[in-house]
Every structure is written in structure tokens, then in C-alpha cells.
Design a protein around this ligand. Structure first.
Ligand code: SF4
Length: 217
């Protein structure tokens, strides 16, 4: 199997996942920071706290107006809450310069916007690309540890650099927003269900196409 076949192959197994990342764009932006080093259940609880305290409308502006301490208290379920509150405040300050208008952000060319996001303290490449792809509708490929793992096991491609992996996928797939959103979700689903740390190759629907599994025979 080639990297360019992965989307079709995973889609056959998992069906239609759609956009995959849940929530409104504003919640996705917050979630992209909160999800660092925790699971989604905890992120959801933190976002629910914010929504209860601030309401759903204009949540970014209202969150920015909070003190870092109050923000930390509300996002406590996400873990590392003091650090994440500081990171969130930095990102919210960046968004304030655009008056929290996501359409204004979307009108910025992707490369320039990515560069600006990466200059925000605490925003790494995965966080920036998640915001671009799922909240701002920019077709960029999001790389995470699951992507690295699947690339290595399925294709015997051992790339470590974030941008190397991103460039590989972006050269294999056309810049199709829906496809990029769904492909990242499919990779995560597969890595969580079968291609876990100790892979369940015997049960895996991709075993016939997998380099790693072929080495076990
Ligand atoms: S066959 Fe094994 S190593 Fe290959 S994708 Fe499936 S679980 Fe991962």
C-alpha cells in the first residue's frame, strides 16, 4: 500500500467520520490548547466549565477578559491548568488583535497565519495546524504521534521531523479540506483501536497491507 492509498483504505474500515473534531470553531481553538498531554474527556469537561461560566456566545472574548487564575480554575479538569491557562491567554491575546473575528483570520494566507500562530508562546506545530485545519478551514495536514507510528509501521517510513511528515502527506494528497480533516481523524481512530503501543496485528484489518505485520510472518 502507498501513503496515497491510506485514506481510502481507512475509510473502507471506519466509514465516514466527517470533520471528526467536535464543537464550534471557538471551542476547537480552546480545545487545541487544552488537549496537550491529556485525553479528550478531560478537555470536554474543561470546555463545559467555560461554557457554563461564560455562555457559548463570544466565548473567546469573554475568556480573554478573565484573569489567568480564574481561567486556570475553569480549565482545571484538562490538567496542567496553570500552564495551559497562560498558553490560552497568549493565544487569546493574539486573537484579540483580530477582534476575535475568525473570518478575518481565515482571510490571512495560510503560510503567514501559520507563522504568526507559531510565534504565540505555547503554540507548537500540532496545535497551530489543528487550529488551522479544524477551526479556520485551512487544508493543512496535522501530524501527531499516531501519524508517526502508522507511517513507520505501515510503510516503514521513519520520519521524525514534524514538517517532513506534514510535507510528505501534503505532497501525496491534494489540498482538500474535508479530506485532510477526515484523514487525521481516521489515523487517530486506527492508532487507538488497533495500532496501539503494543499493536493488535492479529485483529487489524490492515494487516495484509502492513510492513510491520509482514515482518512478523
Ligand atoms: S497490522 Fe499491526 S502494525 Fe500494522 S497497522 Fe495494523 S496494528 Fe498497526
Amino acid at each position: 500500500m502507498k501513503v496515497s492509498d491510506l485514506y481510502t483504505c481507512l475509510k473502507k474500515v471506519y466509514g465516514f467520520l466527517g470533520k471528526w473534531w467536535p464543537g464550534l470553531p471557538e471551542e476547537i481553538i480552546i480545545g487545541a490548547v487544552l488537549t496537550q498531554n491529556t485525553n479528550w474527556k478531560n478537555v470536554s469537561r474543561a470546555i463545559e466549565n467555560l461554557k457554563k461560566a461564560l455562555g457559548e456566545n463570544d466565548i473567546l472574548r469573554k475568556a480573554e477578559a478573565l484573569s489567568t487564575e480564574k481561567l486556570a480554575e475553569l480549565i482545571r479538569p484538562a490538567g496542567f491548568f496553570n500552564l495551559k491557562a497562560k498558553r490560552l491567554k497568549a493565544l487569546l491575546a493574539f486573537l484579540k488583535a483580530y477582534d476575535f473575528d475568525l473570518n478575518r483570520l481565515k482571510s490571512v494566507p495560510t503560510d503567514a497565519l501559520r507563522k504568526s500562530l507559531l510565534e504565540v508562546k505555547g503554540v507548537g506545530k500540532e496545535t497551530a495546524d489543528s487550529i488551522l485545519l479544524y477551526a479556520l478551514d485551512k487544508p493543512v495536514f496535522v501530524v501527531d504521534s499516531y501519524t508517526k507510528r502508522l507511517l513507520k509501521r505501515l510503510f516503514n517510513i521513519d520520519l521524525q521531523g514534524y514538517d517532513e511528515i506534514k510535507n510528505l502527506f501534503e505532497s501525496e494528497y491534494p489540498p482538500d479540506l474535508a479530506l485532510y480533516q477526515e484523514l487525521h481523524g481516521l489515523i487517530v481512530e486506527h492508532a487507538k483501536r488497533y495500532c496501539v503501543k503494543r499493536p493488535k496485528c492479529d485483529e487489524c484489518p490492515l494487516q495484509e497491507n502492513c510492513y510491520y505485520a509482514s515482518q512478523l510472518k
